[in-house]
Ligand binder design. Structure first.
Ligand code: ATP
Length: 234
């Protein structure tokens, strides 16, 4: 469904990611792993259209989107759950969800909102509460819910587990697995390798902007300490 071919990207003349290639089948979870500064966020920002593409291509369902604007990519069904959530903290849960659906017809809002509340009943309980007053885990649920309001086919999730209690990580990852079962394609950037391997079908490890490992999550788990070497963990 999503194909990156020899993708290089960065910030002006600074190249953060060099010649990365991967293929993400529809309805699967693909995890981008690696240490700080490896280029994981830059890679998903390239898919979203928020960084400079220096070379290579990004193809979504056969359509070359390499040069498409970010707003057009939202229209094509790509939605981002950004690192640090980036919620509108002075707006309520309901208002944040409305903001997420801005690119889609308002007539579908109620049904989509109900769907989000189905994944995250806690958000329903707190729908009139300001986003800034939610716990970290609830904010992450809201960030996922807001992204879902754009009706994505491809969901990009950056550092879901960062700073969250394990129980909240579980709740959010369970929702992503349910979404996958319903056909959504997901690209996950994660520093929590163990949790990422639990939910991913395929993984890719970046180090200093270079792809150093690619395989199925099962292969990565089986590789054990050798896989840890790719992550710079030993
Ligand atoms: P982290 O987990 O720390 O976010 P990451 O793997 O997501 O790491 P990136 O954030 O993609 O890594 O960073 C890759 C490289 O790009 C790093 O060398 C970083 O310093 C650089 N970089 C990131 N954002 C910018 C920017 N706005 N301008 C210039 N360089 C940047």
């Amino acid at each position: 469904m999503l194909k990156a071919d020899n993708l290089s990207c960065g910030y002006g003349s600074v190249e953060a990611v060099h010649n990365v290639s991967f293929d993400v089948p529809a309805g699967s979870v693909f995890a981008l792993l690696g240490p700080n500064g490896a280029g994981k966020t830059s890679t998903i920002m390239a898919i979203m259209g928020h960084v400079d593409i220096h070379g290579g291509s990004i193809v979504l369902d056969g359509d070359d989107i390499t040069r498409r604007r970010a707003i057009d990519r939202v229209g094509l069904g790509i939605s981002l759950v950004p690192e640090g959530r980036q919620l509108f903290s002075d707006l309520t849960v309901d208002e944040n969800l409305t903001a997420g659906g801005y690119a889609r017809p308002i007539s579908r809002d109620a049904a989509k909102r109900d769907r989000v509340f189905g994944y995250f009943p806690r958000l329903y309980e707190r729908r009139t509460q300001l986003a800034g007053s939610l716990s970290g885990g609830e904010q992450q649920m809201l960030a996922i819910g807001r992204a879902l309001m754009a009706e994505p086919r491809l969901l990009l999730v950056d550092e879901l587990s960062l700073g969250l209690m394990p129980k909240m990580v579980d709740l959010c990852l369970d929702a992503l697995l349910q979404l996958k079962r319903e056909g959504l394609t997901i690209v996950l950037v994660e520093q929590n390798t163990a949790r990422a391997l639990d939910v991913a079908d395929q993984v890719c490890v970046l180090s200093s902007g270079v792809q150093v490992y690619r395989g199925t999550a099962a292969e990565a788990k089986a590789a054990g300490s050798m896989f840890a070497t790719f992550l710079g963990m030993d």
